[in-house]
Design a protein around this ligand. Structure first.
Ligand code: XXG
Ligand code: FE2
Ligand code: CA
Length: 373
C-alpha cells in the first residue's frame, strides 16, 4: 500500500474491540481436525462435512476458528469484533471511502455470527467486522475436559505486508496503537505490534512480500500448558509440528511456541504478555541487530519462520495478489549476519558507540532491553 491510498479526510473508523476469529481453508478436514481437536483440544461448537467451528476454553462466542475444506490451503478471513451493531454501518462507510472491496453479509451467512461487513483491506487482507454472535457455554471451569495443555482464548493475528510504516498508518487510522516495533538505525522498520484490547497486540505486522498470513495465536493461562503441548507432540511422534520454540519472546515478553498444522498454517501458542491499556503506555523499540529481540534467551529464529506464510484469499476466493517488499528483509540482515548482531551492544559495536537502548529507560542492571520512547 502506498501512503496516497489513504485519503486525507476519512469518515470515522469503526470501533474495533479485538481480534476475534479466523477462517482457514484446509485441504484435509480430517487431518486438520486431528491436529486442532485431538491434539490442541479446541472445543467443537459445530461441524459438518465441509467445516469445523472451534473455540478455546474461555471463548464464549460461537467460534474463534473456522476450518473450511477447500482445494488450496489459505486464510479466508481474519475477523475483528466491533463494539456494537451500529459500528457495522460505520465500517461500511469507512471502507467505501478507502475505495476497497466492501460487502455486507446478512446474519447467519457465517454460522453463529450476526451481520458481517467484509472487506479486502488496503493491505490486501480479507477482513471481517461483526458484533452479533451466538453465545455458547464458556468452558472456563470445565477442568474435567481441559487436559494439561488447555488453550484459553484467541489472542492475535500476525500478517506479512511489504511496507510496515504504511501498514502501521492504516491500522492507526483504525484506532490501533503500537506497543513495540523492530527497526534499525537507518529507519527501516521490520515489524510492528499493534493493539485495541489492552495487551501487546491484536495484530502484528511482519515485513515481507504480502499480503500473506503469518500466524494465528491462541493463549494459554500458564507456561506449563505450552510445555505440555510440546511433550504431548513428542509422545504422539508428531514433533515435526513444532517449528520454533518453546521460548520467551523479547518483543511482548510472552512465552511462546509455533506449530505448523497439517496444511502448513502456522499457529502460535502464547502466554503472559503485559497490560497496555493506559493512554501513555510506553512504546518499546528494538534494534533489528539485538539477538534477544525475538527470543529473550537468544535462541536463533529458524529461517522458515521468516520465509513461509499462508496465502490469503480475496473476497471472491482467489489468492490475493502479492506485493514485493522493497526494504531489506529481517532474515537477510540477521540470519548468519556475522558481526552485525549483538547480545551486549557496547561490546560488539565496531564504531565504539554504546548501541541502541543504552542509557535509556529500557536499561535494567546493565541489561539492555528494547528502549522505551
Ligand atoms: O506474538 C509475537 C510474535 O509476533 O509472534 C513474535 C510476539 C513477539 C514475537 S518476536 O518473535 O518478535 O519475539
Ligand atoms: Fe505472535
Ligand atoms: Ca521442528
Amino acid at each position: 500500500m502506498s501512503d496516497n491510498t489513504v485519503p486525507a479526510a476519512l469518515p470515522p473508523a469503526p470501533d474495533v474491540i479485538r481480534a476475534a476469529s479466523a477462517e482457514l481453508i484446509v485441504t484435509d478436514l480430517a487431518a486438520a481436525r486431528s491436529f486442532y481437536v485431538d491434539v490442541l483440544r479446541l472445543v467443537v461448537t459445530e461441524e459438518d462435512e465441509n467445516a469445523i467451528y472451534l473455540r478455546a476454553f474461555e471463548d464464549y462466542l460461537h467460534h474463534s476458528l473456522v476450518l473450511r475444506k477447500g482445494p488450496v490451503a489459505a486464510c479466508a478471513a481474519l475477523s475483528y469484533r466491533v463494539r456494537s451493531e451500529a459500528e457495522l454501518d460505520v465500517a461500511e462507510t469507512y471502507y467505501k471511502a478507502l475505495g476497497v472491496d466492501v460487502r455486507r453479509l446478512p446474519a447467519g451467512t457465517k454460522r453463529g455470527i450476526g451481520e458481517i461487513v467484509q472487506v479486502q483491506d488496503p493491505l490486501g487482507f480479507p477482513i471481517e467486522f461483526f458484533y452479533g454472535a451466538e453465545h455458547v457455554e464458556r468452558f472456563t471451569q470445565r477442568y474435567d475436559v481441559h487436559g494439561a495443555g488447555a488453550i484459553a482464548r484467541l489472542d492475535h493475528f500476525n500478517v506479512v505486508t511489504p511496507d510496515i510504516p504504511a501498514a502501521q498508518k492504516y491500522y492507526e487510522g483504525l484506532g490501533f496503537k503500537v506497543s513495540e516495533d523492530i527497526e534499525d538505525d537507518e529507519q527501516t522498520v521490520y515489524a510492528a505490534w499493534m493493539y485495541r484490547k489492552s495487551t501487546v497486540h491484536d495484530v502484528a505486522l511482519t515485513g515481507g512480500d504480502g499480503p500473506r498470513m503469518h500466524h494465528i495465536a491462541f493463549s494459554t493461562n500458564e507456561r506449563h500448558q505450552i510445555l505440555h503441548i510440546c511433550d504431548q507432540l513428542g509422545a504422539l511422534r508428531r514433533s515435526d509440528a513444532i517449528e520454533r520454540g518453546p521460548g520467551r519472546h523479547g518483543v511482548s515478553n510472552a512465552f511462546y511456541l509455533y506449530l505448523r498444522d497439517p496444511d502448513g498454517h502456522r499457529i502460535e501458542i502464547y502466554t503472559q504478555d503485559y497490560y497496555t491499556g493506559d493512554p501513555d503506555n510506553p512504546v518499546i523499540r528494538w534494534d533489528v541487530h539485538d539477538n534477544q529481540r525475538r527470543d529473550w534467551w537468544g535462541t536463533p529464529v529458524v529461517p522458515s519462520w521468516y520465509s513461509e506464510a499462508s496465502t490469503v484469499l480475496d473476497l471472491d476466493g482467489h489468492p490475493a495478489e502479492l506485493v514485493e517488499r522493497k526494504d531489506s528483509s529481517e532474515a537477510a540482515v540477521t540470519i548468519g549476519a556475522d558481526g552485525f548482531s549483538y547480545t551486549r551492544a557496547d561490546e560488539t559495536r565496531s564504531d565504539g558507540s554504546a548501541g541502541p537502548g543504552s542509557g535509556r529507560s529500557g536499561e535494567v542492571q546493565g541489561v539492555k532491553l528494547g528502549h522505551q520512547v
